[in-house]
Design a protein. Structure first.
Length: 218
């Protein structure tokens, strides 16, 4: 069993045989349900792209816990320059780190360094897709056909990413069984309504709407 906790914005904790954080933007995140000070253990910290609301506290958490950073090459190089253990990769590649398998997939978005990506992580027999920040792209059909994610984290906040309508179309492409909307409600400029997203997804997938700090068991 895997326990998934939404920490607010795009930050998630995945607790299974390993402890994994993805995009841990906590400091400066008004909706963060935890802080780097409260995080005691982590095995892997995955970063989808070099934007402050995704890279967030990744390096601080890795430094404190000894976790390995898994990220786009340019982000990994920055982490290594700070003395952190990091696995660099790029879109299309797969990395094994501390028992976690990370596949990097396409995202249509920008980044301070390198480019933006999404990730499919495999742990304890489950496949979880974290889309990072992205617009709707036909390439999501490949993610559905090739990976068949058990659960997906999809941005719905609009303006910088998909909004509820395009995110619902993405769910159709990804063929995911369960979806947790992310990247909304953090700031007024990304104030999308998750209920609108749920309505648009309809029967395509189970939409799990969490409050920051709430968990879901898969
Ligand atoms: Zn971004």
């Amino acid at each position: 069993m895997i326990e998934i906790t939404w920490l607010g914005h795009s930050a998630v904790k995945i607790q299974g045989s390993k402890t994994v954080y993805i995009d841990p933007f906590l400091t400066g995140n008004p909706k963060a349900s935890t802080s780097p000070e409260k995080i005691k253990t982590a095995d892997v910290v995955v970063v989808t792209h070099h934007h402050s609301d995704h890279l967030g506290d990744a390096f601080a958490i890795a430094k404190k816990t000894g976790a390995v950073i898994v990220a786009m090459h340019e982000v990994a190089v920055e982490a290594q320059a700070l003395g952190l253990e990091a696995e660099g990769m790029n879109i299309g590649g797969t990395v094994e780190a501390r028992g976690l398998t990370v596949h990097m997939v396409i995202a249509t978005h920008s980044a301070e360094k390198g480019c933006a990506a999404g990730v499919v992580v495999e742990m304890d027999g489950k496949k979880l897709y974290h889309a990072g920040d992205t617009g709707l792209t036909y390439d999501m059909k490949i993610i559905g056909e090739f990976f068949h994610p058990d659960l997906s984290f999809i941005p719905i906040g609009d303006r910088y990413t998909m909004g509820p309508a395009s995110a619902a179309k993405a769910v159709e492409y990804i063929q995911t069984k369960k979806v947790i909307p992310i990247h909304y409600g953090t700031f007024p400029i990304v104030a999308s309504d998750p209920q609108e997203f749920k309505k648009k997804v309809g029967t395509l997938a189970e939409v799990i709407i969490l409050k920051p700090g709430e968990s879901y068991r898969l």
